[in-house]
Structures are given as structure tokens and as C-alpha cells.
Write a protein that binds this ligand. Structure first.
Ligand code: ASP
Length: 362
């Protein structure tokens, strides 16, 4: 392991530029993703003090031909990105994915679940300000991400932002404009960068509770028969409950035959209105094999379905507990399971398993 890690450390970091504010340039219609990212990155890194420049890992930039604002990302992009990273693992110390911040945590969660322990660090980063803007956070985020991507002790997907390294499947964007925009509400940071990268976890994996080495999950996720085209057409709905939600509204989502799964965001510890009509809609959806999982609308803590009488109907309808996962992690897990040619029982069993430290409870 020591030798492998040493050999890996001498290799370059692969930088994948997908778009986002970090690389945007002003145009007639406002900010839009700009090209020539490799040269612009080198120019920015050249402004670092000499001692910091000297210790930077070598890097090779790969810019996607379709550069996007991350609001345009779909599950097809998550899948293609994971395939790209898998196919180009050898010859690199690690990977930096440069991404727009708006859906960065969705891509990071999806990559963490798909790649699990790919054998190298995959660091997802972006910035709230374009690289060339004065006082931009972009250079700091890119420098830190490059350094963590060259850390031989890391294996898995993490988000690097504003000095902190967060678990890829635990991170969420919690501020619309501040530089320190990301947090992992239910998991401690994995590390930080204050002049040097510091890892808080002594375990080689990214998982806060180590992913079970489960070959079944890895072999399923690399199946050519997975249908991401289909799940990218909106098959999984995200439904955030509100006071007064009516059965016809829930039914408009769940009884549409195109919807095959749903993330439900409940009150507090997993509560919903004690309304037989709402429960009946959920039960019908469950009986039709729709894969449904629930989390709390509170960013911190876990759902414990069945704690309140009103919430007990959820379990009876077959709604799975998303425990303390982020909505991003639950949603992307449902998408990956529904893209695979599995039966409902297998999907339910695999949803409850921990793939990459995305949940605190089994
Ligand atoms: N709209 C941008 C994006 O997500 C925002 C950003 O990168 O900060 O692509």
C-alpha cells in the first residue's frame, strides 16, 4: 500500500472542467461558461507565492466540449462523468472535477455512490466567483482541490470548498452567495486546508462509517444495461410536503405512470399529516412498486418513521427510511437503483445498504 501510494503521488492530477461560475466569462447575455480553462488555470496558479507553486501537483486539464451551467446537469451527466473517471484512473494521482456550485452536491453524491472506492481521490470543486473576478474564491478552491487530489491517503469522492474537505455524499449547498457555501450537516468535515492539506480521518476511505466492501453493488453499478436515458426523463420526483398538502396534489405526482420513484421530504423526525386520503395515495404507489424514500426537511438529524402515529402509515405504504442522508444522496441513490434492471425487492434491499458512507445507520 505504501509503495502504491508513493507511486501515485508522483503522478499528475486529472482536472475535468465541466463549466460553472468558476470558469465563466462575461458576455452580452451575462456570465456564460468560458473556454481555454487549462491556460486560465495555469495563469491563475502562477500568481501564487513561489513556495506554494513549487509544491503543487502536476495537472492535466480535460475540458468537456459541452460546458454548462450546472443547472443543466441531468442523471445522464452523472453517469457519463463516473464512466469517464473510471476509464481514466490509471496514470493519475487523483481527479479534480470543476463544476458549477448550484448542483455540485448532487453530482458529488451521485459520484460518491457510483464510484465508492475508486482507488484514488476524486475532489469536486467550483467557486462562487469566476476565476478572473477580483477577490474570487476560485483560485483558493482550485489550489486546495488539487492538493487533496494528490493525497495518497484518500480514496473516494469528496467536495473541497472554502478550506474544507467534505464527504461527497454528505455535502449540500447551504448558502446562495457566501464563499463558504457548502456544509455536511450530518457528518464532520474530512479535512481542511490551512497552508497544508490536513486529513481528520485516519481511515484510507472517504466513508465516515466505512462502506462495506460489497462486490454486488460495484458490479451492478458498472452494468452496461443500466438505463440512464430513461431515468433522466424525470422518473424520480422530489416532493417536499407542506401544511395542507392534499391527496390530489400528491396523487398528481405519484399516480403518473411515468413516475417510478420519489423522494419524500417530511416534517421533523419523519412525520406527515394523519390524513387517510394521503396515506391511500402512498399505499397505491407502493403497491404499484414505486420506489419511495423519505428524509426530514430539517437539514440535521435523522428520520425515525413510525415515531408518531401519523407517520406510521408511511412504513405501511412501503416508504423507505432515508435516515440522516441528504436529499441529494437519497435522490441520486433512487435514480441509480431505478436505472438498473433490478426487481423491487432487490432495489429496496440495496437502498437500505450503505454504499459509501452516505448514511450513519446501516
Ligand atoms: N449557476 C452556476 C452553476 O451552477 C453557479 C455556480 O457555479 O456558482 O453553474
Amino acid at each position: 500500500m505504501g509503495n502504491t501510494a508513493d507511486r501515485r503521488h508522483a503522478l499528475p492530477v486529472r482536472v475535468i472542467y465541466t463549466g460553472g461560475t468558476v470558469g465563466m466569462l462575461p458576455g452580452a447575455g451575462g456570465l456564460a461558461p468560458g473556454g481555454d480553462f487549462a491556460a486560465r488555470l495555469e495563469k491563475a496558479l502562477a500568481t501564487l507565492p513561489a513556495d506554494r507553486r513549487r509544491t503543487l501537483p502536476a495537472r492535466r486539464v480535460h475540458s468537456y466540449s459541452r460546458l454548462i451551467d450546472s443547472s443543466a446537469v441531468t442523471p445522464l451527466d452523472w453517469h457519463a462523468l463516473a464512466e469517464d473517471i473510471r476509464a481514466h484512473r490509471t496514470g493519475y494521482a487523483g481527479v479534480v472535477v470543476v463544476h458549477g456550485t448550484d448542483t455540485l452536491s448532487w453530482t458529488a453524491a451521485s459520484l460518491a455512490l457510483q464510484l465508492r472506492a475508486p482507488g484514488l481521490p476524486v475532489i469536486v470543486t467550483g467557486a462562487m466567483q469566476p476565476l478572473e473576478a477580483s477577490g474570487s474564491d476560485a483560485l483558493g478552491n482550485l489550489e486546495g482541490a488539487l492538493r487533496f487530489a494528490a493525497e495518497p491517503g484518500l480514496d473516494g469522492v469528496a467536495v473541497y470548498f472554502a478550506g474544507r474537505l467534505l464527504h461527497g455524499a454528505r455535502a449540500t449547498k447551504e448558502h446562495a452567495s457566501a464563499a463558504d457555501a457548502f456544509a455536511s450537516p450530518n457528518a464532520p468535515a474530512l479535512g481542511d486546508y490551512r497552508g497544508a492539506p490536513r486529513l481528520f480521518t485516519s481511515s484510507p476511505g472517504m466513508a465516515t462509517n466505512a462502506a462495506e466492501p460489497d462486490d454486488e453493488i460495484d458490479s451492478l453499478l458498472t452494468r452496461a444495461s443500466a438505463d440512464y436515458e430513461r431515468v433522466s426523463r424525470g422518473e424520480v420526483a422530489r416532493i417536499v410536503l407542506w401544511p395542507g398538502i392534499a391527496a390530489w396534489q400528491l396523487s398528481a405526482w405519484l399516480e403518473d405512470s411515468r413516475v417510478t420513484g420519489a423522494l419524500l421530504e417530511l416534517w421533523g423526525a419523519g412525520n406527515m399529516a394523519d390524513d387517510p386520503a394521503l396515506r391511500a395515495v402512498l399505499e397505491r404507489a407502493g403497491n404499484r412498486g414505486k420506489l419511495m424514500a423519505a428524509v426530514s426537511q430539517c437539514p440535521r438529524g435523522s428520520v425515525a418513521m413510525g415515531a408518531y402515529a401519523a407517520g406510521q402509515g408511511l412504513e405501511q405504504a412501503g416508504v423507505l427510511s432515508g435516515a440522516d442522508m441528504t436529499p441529494e444522496a437519497v435522490y441520486t441513490k433512487l435514480v441509480h437503483l431505478l436505472a438498473l434492471p433490478l426487481d423491487n425487492a432487490a432495489r429496496r434491499r440495496l437502498f437500505a445498504a450503505c454504499w459509501a458512507g452516505e448514511r450513519s445507520e446501516g
